[in-house]
Design a protein around this ligand. Structure first.
Ligand code: SAM
Length: 273
């Protein structure tokens, strides 16, 4: 089991089996957001999540809400292909650039509300770290989700090396990192990442889990994994990556063996009971 995986459905070995099988899937069958991830734990975890969503979601037309969905979906084509997708995003450029949602709403996911029991799946991927009031957004999700429905959250782990650096560094540094280390020339322009971060306390996995249990949501999966920034950096800036890897190794030496400070991101799947 990975250090943060629940006993629910996954262990690392079956994850790897799923990921190996999905890796053989042709590129044309994978969404761009997956193809953009470097090979590594992040990609494997997302591919395993795809498999899991395929097993959990009903085999009929689906109603999906992508909260802070921006212009990119992380969902597999077989799910998107039978779904009515509603995206809510606060950034007009992101809404303009979204070419797959059926309904596009310029709004704030903390305050925007839908009728009760509207959705089978709500995704909030790389978004909660940007919210001043995560609780308000999550309460809205609980209300809008159907019984048995699923919430997929992907977020940075505030208790990791990259999480701590992101939390305690200014926004200009994030833009600099994206431009010069990741090589993203458009970073920081309107509608382009990185977006300002807040790191509300509920972004921490234990608090998110406690919130879920107190609000009628079962934690089906929680898994932290190595941030894709590491393999990206190893490919683009090997000397810097080696230094960062050494720092991470040193920090891990002083922490309990289950903790890996390289686990910079996590996936959580919640189900409404
Ligand atoms: C890092 S992007 C992720 C976009 C998309 N989910 C993805 O993974 O590609 C964060 C998104 O959250 C949106 N966002 C931030 N705060 C928001 C809020 N309060 N309400 C709605 N969207 C928000 C941003 O505009 C941006 O599109």
């Amino acid at each position: 089991m990975s250090s943060l995986a629940t006993g629910a459905k996954f262990d690392n070995r079956s994850d790897r089996t799923v990921a190996d099988a999905l890796r053989r899937t042709s590129a044309a069958e994978l969404p761009q957001a997956v193809l953009d991830l470097p090979p590594g734990e992040a990609r494997d975890s997302l591919l395993a999540i795809h498999q899991m969503l395929g097993d959990m979601l009903p085999q009929r037309d689906l109603a999906i809400y992508e909260a802070g969905g921006g212009s990119t979906s992380f969902l597999p084509f077989d799910v998107l292909g039978r779904a009515h997708v509603t995206v809510v995003d606060i950034d007009p450029e992101q809404i303009k650039n979204n070419d797959y949602a059926d309904v596009k709403i310029l709004g704030d996911i903390e305050t925007h509300r839908f009728a009760a029991d509207s959705f089978d799946l709500i995704t909030c991927y790389n978004v909660i770290e940007h919210l001043p009031d995560v609780e308000a957004a999550l309460l809205g999700f609980c209300q809008a989700l159907r019984k048995g429905g699923v919430i997929l959250i992907g977020a940075p782990n505030p208790r990791s090396l990259s999480g701590v650096v992101t939390r305690f560094s200014p926004h200009w540094f994030h833009v600099w990192y994206y431009r010069h280390i990741r090589g993203d020339k458009k970073a920081g322009l309107p509608g382009e990442a990185p977006f300002p971060t807040f790191f509300h306390p509920l972004v921490s996995l234990p608090r998110l889990e406690a919130f879920a249990e107190a609000n009628g949501l079962r934690v089906v999966l929680k898994r932290a994994y190595e941030s894709p920034r590491y393999p990206e950096m190893r490919a683009r800036k090997p000397a810097l990556a080696a230094a960062v890897d050494d720092v991470a190794k040193m920090m891990n030496l002083f922490l309990p063996s289950a903790v890996d400070v390289r686990h910079g991101d996590y996936h959580v799947i919640l189900q409404k009971v």
